[in-house]
Design a protein around this ligand. Structure first.
Ligand code: SF4
Length: 291
């Protein structure tokens, strides 16, 4: 089992990249690469990771990385995986894409790769908006969040992408948070030992986009889980298991910590509270009935 104590010392995402201080996506990917090791090829479309860390001809990654066209990351990854298979090369293909590239613009290709069972470890870092282009709303922006294109708060609920991906009957899927590194290590390690299309979705707080202090990233990752805004679970060969993470807190503890939610009224906060409770109950029912 990988812990903070025996986590690899080698850095595969180097210092000096231009991501913002306190970037949750950067922290998550740094940890993920430490678990995976260097026998990987990364594929990433335009987004914070490619723009701030791996944009050609510069790269902060100490492993090979392919910059794909926006939305084409799954297709490029599928091609690479097929080429490695034909040439009998045991190299992992790891796709790293943001919420916009995964849930919106690239979703058709993500769905197709999952349905075909392409041998890809797909990681969605979810900062809940198109951040590197200036904070425009995505399908994964939560209800009520203020962005540059939802100035009075988003009116729609966040797309439930993990369960949409679970409906593809893939061998492994998990939600993760930077607030719970040990859980993240375990899930990445488990996914890395499997083959086929595996999907990991990590909630990645973004200080400039969420209006938070850069020192609060890990704390927010915990609050998201404990408020049931971002439940942690895994689905392995159809069996859903919730990861229990301490006592619950009201959603207002999470929402009030972020400026993007500062215009929400009490009735909207109650709607979010009710929705989080209903979502948790639904997952608990799924856990009971899934085999
Ligand atoms: S905009 Fe947000 S997600 Fe992008 S690099 Fe900065 S903190 Fe990270």
């Amino acid at each position: 089992m990988i812990t903070m104590k025996n986590l690899a010392e080698e850095e595969l995402l180097l210092k000096g990249n231009s991501a913002c201080a306190g970037c949750g996506a950067t922290l998550a990917i740094r940890w993920i690469l430490k678990v995976l090791g260097d026998n990987v090829v990364l594929v990433s479309p335009a987004g914070c990771v490619s723009v701030f860390q791996g944009m050609f001809p510069f790269s902060a990654f100490n492993v090979p990385m392919v910059d794909s066209a926006f939305g084409a990351q799954s297709s490029v990854s599928a091609g690479l995986a097929a080429a490695f298979r034909v040439r009998n090369k045991k190299i992992r293909v790891v796709t790293i894409a943001g919420d916009g590239a995964t849930a919106d613009i690239g979703f058709h290709a993500v769905s197709a790769a999952a349905e075909r069972g392409d041998d890809i470890l797909y990681i969605c870092y979810d900062n809940e908006a198109y951040m590197n282009t200036g904070v425009q709303r995505s399908g994964l922006t939560p209800f009520g969040a203020r962005t540059r294109t939802t100035l009075k708060g988003k009116h729609e609920w966040k797309k439930d992408l993990p369960l949409i991906m679970a409906a593809h009957n893939i061998p492994y899927l998990a939600t993760m948070s930077v607030g719970y590194p040990m859980d993240l290590f375990r899930k990445v390690e488990k996914a890395s030992k499997m083959s086929g299309f595996r999907y990991l979705h990590v909630l990645a707080p973004c200080p400039p986009g969420w209006g938070t202090d850069e020192s609060k990233t890990v704390e927010l990752g915990r609050l998201a889980v404990r408020s049931c805004i971002w439940p942690l679970f895994e689905v392995e060969n159809g069996k859903l298991t919730l990861t229990k993470m301490g006592s619950r807190v009201p959603v207002k503890d999470y929402l009030h910590a972020q400026r993007r939610f500062e215009d929400l009224g009490e009735s909207q906060i109650q709607m979010i509270q009710d929705r989080a409770g209903a979502q948790m109950s639904y997952l608990e029912r799924l856990e009971k009935i899934s085999t």
